[in-house]
Design a protein around this ligand. Sequence first.
Ligand code: SIN
Ligand code: FE2
Length: 215
Amino acid sequence: MTLDLFDDPPREAREAIGPGAFVLPGFALPFADELLSAVKAISQDAPFRHLVTPGGFTMSVALTNCGALGWTSDRRGYRYSPTDPDTGKPWPAMPTSFARLAREAASAAGFDGFAPDACLVNRYAPGARLSLHQDKDEHDYGAPIVSVSLGMPAVFLFGGHERGDKAVRIPLQHGDVVVWGGEDRLRYHGVLPLKDQPHPALGSLRINLTFRKAG
Ligand code: SIN
Ligand code: FE2
């Protein structure tokens, strides 16, 4: 048997950004077109909206959801809901291709058996940003967060366990996936204001999918 460097293709490259946090460059690229057409169908059922925070601030990022639970916010607080408060209907079902991609990405980051029940779909136009926050409205912090970037590039901020901790800046491109779980599950994170750098797949927009086990 000859030893060929390419007999056993290397696993997807992964870059550690913490003991339980990894960037998987290009992991979602083979599925990007499929993901984007599913997002279009989802947003026809459950339109993108700009939520208001309990503090009365209107978010610059537009959001919708798919899956059994969807994240929402109003003056009363943040929560997960089985129905879309705008339409009263259940959120669109999570496509099986979404759940499979999320499970495979989690597994590539060392978290086997990830079964998300919520997928937040965030849409960023130029100038939209997400200030530093923790994802902590989920019941079970044992499951990781899987975040898929599509369209325009963004700078992801990955901080520490305190809001004031220094955050590293991670450039994310179309098709990149970030996974954080374990001891990194509650790290503060956010997105810098988006620059207008149009992408062939989405023009002047960025779509981010975050998969969570919320219930
Ligand atoms: C999030 O924190 O929920 C989204 C992060 C991102 O858009 O990359
Ligand atoms: Fe988040």
